[in-house]
Ligand binder design. Structure first.
Ligand code: SF4
Length: 97
């Protein structure tokens, strides 16, 4: 999962450069980032619970879908769940958190 860790580093660098303005309100910024990149049998439950109370979950999901983030929990959705949303985006239907 080195690719996932590289993505996380890139994401954290973006945040440090203020390229993700919305992330200033992200609840995950105050938690362990590893929770959002579960491996093996690790559950996604904790990350999803955090995303559920996050005020910028829509922005986060949009960012992940536009960048096609291949790993991790973004906007409360797993990579598999986000992949299923992509066809809806292509036909102009809104995606919801
Ligand atoms: S929705 Fe989840 S992953 Fe996205 S910024 Fe909020 S807490 Fe972080």
């Amino acid at each position: 999962m080195n690719e996932a860790k590289d993505k996380m580093k890139s994401y954290l660098a973006d945040m440090a450069n203020d390229e993700l303005e919305w992330h200033k309100e992200a609840v995950c910024a105050q938690t362990d980032p590893e929770v959002f990149y579960p491996e093996g049998n690790t559950t996604t439950k904790q990350a999803k619970a955090i995303c559920k109370i996050c005020p910028v979950s829509s922005e986060c999901l949009e960012y992940a879908l536009s960048g096609i983030e291949a790993y991790g929990i973004w906007g409360g959705k797993t990579a598999t769940e986000r992949l299923k949303m992509l066809p809806l985006r292509k036909i102009g239907r809104p995606v919801s958190v």
